[in-house]
Design a binder for this molecule. Structure first.
Ligand code: SF4
Length: 279
């Protein structure tokens, strides 16, 4: 059995929180560049150029790429052969996030739902923990902004709605969101499971690098179909019109109850931040 001390988890989380907010992934920058080739609107092109420039300045000057530095979402895969020693794991994860937001001068964006009093350190953290075989510990650090999260939706469709019903809801959700999730977006779609699982699938689908194919050829075809429909809406970069409303659609799917067809749509803004660490 492998032993991991919670002391050795805090620093990598801290660094990942900072890196995620300062450095946009190469996959997203490449998608901006290929978006430039597809975009016909001069304003849309200008926005894509500015997003590329914004990402460069943030990385070089070590500043956040967006004022909304997000609520910290962590996807954790913990090997069953790992013995965590020291503090409890959740406290270590929260301490890493706390230190990252403090030392990286990142805006604290978490508050009491009614009083709106800020918790002051960007905790609590939203953690999704999965036990997996092996002796590894993998953590994806995913700061998520409020604008795009607010435009995300979940539908419990009748099974008869099928693919046509799913497609209609996804395109409608993106169209109604308009400029609010700061397009160009990446659209995560979770199909199946149950109410809460579909939402987690939708968010988890966004961890796949942009531009990489879905390993399931049927889902890959559906993603392409959805992307084409979304980009016909004309929402465009920052909602100011154009062809490039979304840079990609990612689907994760699993079986569901015979009476249900859950569909969750998690919209990710252009500040698509995720950093993976392995301990
Ligand atoms: S939706 Fe994304 S890009 Fe827009 S303000 Fe929020 S974090 Fe920033």
């Amino acid at each position: 059995m492998r032993v991991i001390s919670t002391k050795d988890i805090i620093a990598p989380i801290r660094e990942a929180v900072i890196e995620a907010n300062y450095e946009l992934g190469e996959d997203v920058i490449r998608a901006f560049q290929s978006g430039l080739e597809q975009e016909e609107s001069p304003v849309g092109k200008e926005i894509l150029n500015r997003l590329i420039e914004n990402a460069r300045v943030a990385a070089e000057e070590r500043i956040p790429m967006c004022q909304d530095t997000g609520i910290a979402v962590l996807f954790v895969e913990l090997g069953q052969g790992v013995n965590i020693v020291g503090n409890d794991l959740n406290r270590a994860l929260e301490e890493g996030v706390r230190q990252g937001y403090e030392e990286g001068f990142l805006r604290k964006s978490v508050c009491h739902p009614f009083t709106r009093k800020n918790t002051g350190d960007n905790t609590p953290v939203i953690t999704h923990l999965a036990l997996v075989p092996g002796e590894g510990l993998k953590i994806w650090v995913v700061p998520k902004g409020g604008g795009s999260e607010n435009m995300s939706r979940l539908f419990m469709l009748p099974p008869s709605a099928g693919w046509a019903g799913i497609k209609e809801r996804v395109v409608q959700t993106v169209e109604e969101a308009g400029p609010n999730p700061c397009p160009p977006t990446i659209v995560g779609v979770g199909i199946g499971g149950n109410f809460e699982r579909s939402a987690i699938l939708a968010k988890k689908s966004l961890l796949r690098p942009l531009g990489s194919p879905n390993p399931d050829p049927e889902l890959a075809k559906m993603e392409q179909e959805l992307l084409e429909e979304i980009n016909k809406t004309g929402v465009g970069p920052q909602g100011l019109g154009g062809r490039v409303t979304s840079l990609g659609v990612h689907i994760l799917m699993m079986p569901c109850h015979i009476a249900s067809l859950p569909v969750a749509i998690n919209i990710q803004c252009h500040a698509s931040r995720h950093v993976k660490i392995e301990i």
